[in-house]
Design a protein around this ligand. Structure first.
Ligand SMILES: Cc1cc2nc3c(=O)[nH]c(=O)nc-3n(C[C@H](O)[C@H](O)[C@H](O)COP(=O)(O)OP(=O)(O)OC[C@H]3O[C@@H](n4cnc5c(N)ncnc54)[C@H](O)[C@@H]3O)c2cc1C
Length: 409
């Protein structure tokens, strides 16, 4: 059994590389070896069954900002195949995509099956062999290619091999790549929410603010955006982004860290202090609760007053400087101590994988092992939610396919 190209892993990256390579190299014998009973399983369940294929961000310089790790390398990939190319690739094969208000792009059918059918059709058109229940256990570089050994004991030979076996939540999943001499960055979780055990703020579960600034002072990282208070801590897009940006640092701290929240990121301490001084001067007889006009939900306003030691029924004239300073501090720098994390729904993402420096991103070829290519989530590249992970898989698959396109059969 001899193949010109053996693709290990029938996910987004492996499939996209295989079908593009087959179109560009029609005489090559190309096969996808998939360990499970079905290909493209993650595509099927992705985006709640709708498949968030890519994101409507068409400037590569902006696009890379959604990837906490691998921005430099992704710039190279996106310069050659980016979001607009993905839209065009699928549309030219009859799968029209639509963008939602937040930029996520889905097939107009709202069904991941459209993407799966398109990739399967493409594989059939260009003669890509798809072999299910072929679990590659061992890969051995040989003088003129590679030998692949499957769990069942069968072996095949291939001139070139693309590894696209996806991410793994634990280090043991990367052992066989380490055995090949590839450097691996140990995997840690990304995209989670922050637990605030025993913090009284959790009594406000369900309260959300459209724009809060959340800082992790020890790691010099911050995000501004929607924040949701839950019964276990804080969540929402700003928290999730921050968890991804600081995934490795937070793992190192075993998820015990300080969070500073500004509930009013547009305000500064001087203007807030001046506002409260005005209340004291011009509305001294008013009850605090009736004259505390900051743009926050009522429950949160009352909570912050309590935390500052101010009775809501007090008159403004009775509020002293210490209380005002404390209230300003809480509004702009509310310190919360996080301990633990909660994985965000089922959309967990792992940061880590084969180190990027092991790969030449102009071809996706492994620097140490010529003829061996890597693409997709098994690399140390990860993204925020929104279609970015698939885009990285399409781009790497396309670059890989095109790098072998000009080679002689
Ligand atoms: C629930 C969920 C929803 C998601 N939704 C989105 C979304 O809407 N948009 C988005 O951009 N990203 C989404 N993601 C992330 C996205 O699915 C992945 O980034 C993407 O699938 C990675 O593609 P891949 O080809 O690298 O790996 P995978 O899709 O994981 O494919 C790897 C394949 O390799 C096979 N394999 C592994 N080892 C072997 C072996 N030894 N031999 C043979 N085959 C092997 C596996 O069975 C698998 O089929 C989601 C993830 C999850 C978990």
């Amino acid at each position: 059994m001899f193949y010109d190209l053996a693709v290990v892993g029938g996910g987004a990256a492996g499939f996209f590389a295989a079908v593009n390579a087959a179109r560009l190299q029609p005489r090559w014998r190309i096969a996808i070896f998939e360990q499970s009973k079905q290909v493209l399983a993650k595509v099927r369940i992705s985006g709640g069954g709708r498949c968030n294929v890519t994101h409507a961000c068409f400037d590569p310089a902006e696009l890379v900002k959604y990837y906490p790790r691998g921005q430099k390398e992704l710039r190279q990939l996106f310069a050659r195949f980016s979001t607009g190319d993905t839209v065009q690739w699928f549309e030219s094969r009859g799968v029209k995509l639509k963008a939602e208000a937040d930029g996520r792009m889905f097939p107009v059918s709202d069904s991941s099956q459209s993407i799966i059918d398109c990739l399967l059709r493409e594989a059939q058109t260009y003669g890509v062999e798809v072999l299910l229940q072929h679990d590659v256990q061992h890969l051995e570089p040989q003088p003129a290619g590679f030998q692949l050994k499957f769990r069942q004991g069968e072996t095949i030979k291939a001139k070139k091999v693309l590894l696209a076996t996806g991410g793994h939540p634990n280090e043991a999943g990367y052992q066989w790549l380490k055995d090949l001499g590839l450097p691996v960055v140990s995997p840690v979780p990304s995209l989670f929410t922050f637990n605030l055990p025993k913090n009284p703020i959790t009594a406000l579960m369900g309260v959300s603010v459209p724009s809060a600034r959340i800082r992790l002072p020890e790691f010099k990282k911050e995000q501004t955006g929607p924040l949701l208070i839950t019964h276990w801590g804080i969540s929402g897009p700003a928290v999730l982004k921050l968890s991804a940006l600081a995934a490795r640092e937070l793992h190192q701290r075993q998820y015990r860290f300080r969070v500073l929240v500004s509930w009013l990121p547009e305000e500064d301490a001087d203007s807030l202090r001046a506002l409260f001084e005005d209340y004291r001067s011009y509305a001294g007889s008013a009850k605090v609760v009736n004259r505390f006009e900051v743009d926050l939900p009522a429950r949160l306003r009352l909570f912050l007053l309590q935390q500052a030691g101010i009775d809501e029924n007090q008159r403004w004239s009775e509020v002293n400087n210490k209380h005002i300073n404390r209230l300003v501090e809480l509004l702009l720098n509310h310190e919360l101590l996080a301990s633990g994390k909660t994985t965000f729904k089922e959309e967990f993402v792992t940061s880590g994988g084969v180190a990027r420096e092991a790969i030449d991103f102009t071809s996706m070829e492994c620097r140490q092992i010529p003829g061996l290519y890597l693409a997709g989530e098994l690399l140390d590249i990860d993204a925020l939610t929104g279609g970015f992970n698939f885009q990285a898989a399409w781009s790497a698959g396309w670059v890989m396919a095109n790098s072998v396109a000009t080679e002689k059969s």
